[in-house]
Design a protein around this ligand. Sequence first.
Ligand SMILES: NC(=O)c1ccc[n+]([C@@H]2O[C@H](COP(=O)([O-])OP(=O)(O)OC[C@H]3O[C@@H](n4cnc5c(N)ncnc54)[C@H](OP(=O)(O)O)[C@@H]3O)[C@@H](O)[C@H]2O)c1
Length: 245
Amino acid sequence: MTDSKRVALVTGASRGIGAAIARRLARDGFTIVINFAGRVSEAEKLAASIEEAGGQALTAQADVSDPQAVARMWDAAEAAFGGVDILVNNAGIMRLAAVAAADEAVVDGQIAINLKGPINMMRLAAQRLRNGGRIINLSSSVVGLYQPTYGVYAATKAGVEALTHVLSKELRGRNITVNAIAPGPTTTALFLEGKPQASIDQLTKLAPLERLGQPEDIANTVAFLAGPEGGWINGQVLRANGGIV
Ligand SMILES: NC(=O)c1ccc[n+]([C@@H]2O[C@H](COP(=O)([O-])OP(=O)(O)OC[C@H]3O[C@@H](n4cnc5c(N)ncnc54)[C@H](OP(=O)(O)O)[C@@H]3O)[C@@H](O)[C@H]2O)c1
């Protein structure tokens, strides 16, 4: 199989980091499955822009926390392109609350999307990803920083990191690597929405490089792990954060 026919499924690719990953992997020659939950027109616009640039893309609505929905999405990707080579588990939400104030919605919502979602996708990938493929999970540098109010969110990401290590070992013999990328604060709606300017300014200065991450910084890191030069990295968590931790 030639590299140009390799297929990358990116969850949560209608905006933010996932959209940047989809654009970058398309530029690198991958056919892209753009998963999203709600923002259909953004997903379709992204697919159109990839196709206009000479690439190939399919949009696929599926809530990652729903095992039947993601199985249907995987079926659709296989029907369209013959198989999946790269899974990027990017879909996620963040609901900040001190542990004392973390109500059921905060807890269940984040566990469903940030932890059960990647488990659903990793189970499918373990069964169906083509040999020689790559699994790339999005964690967060809050695992390491451990700031107040990030507890439930950080717990879901710590779970994703644990699964990354275990699955990399379970896939022995398939030539599939499993890694996580842990971004620091990155300029997307997930990070910016609802934050006072003072705390954005403080977080901007946290890294010795004195800026926020851009979605493209994270997409570059995914491209490295997905491409031929990242092939010897396996079972690792790569913090892409300008040096904050
Ligand atoms: N931004 C940061 O500072 C930062 C730092 C560390 C880690 N991360 C991680 O990076 C990933 C991407 O974050 P982001 O900042 O790009 O967030 P974002 O801008 O809010 O985008 C989130 C994406 O996830 C999708 N999504 C949400 N719930 C979903 C579900 N149930 N099923 C399928 N897709 C769903 C959204 O699609 P719809 O809107 O179409 O539903 C959207 O495309 C997340 O895992 C996040 O935890 C972000």
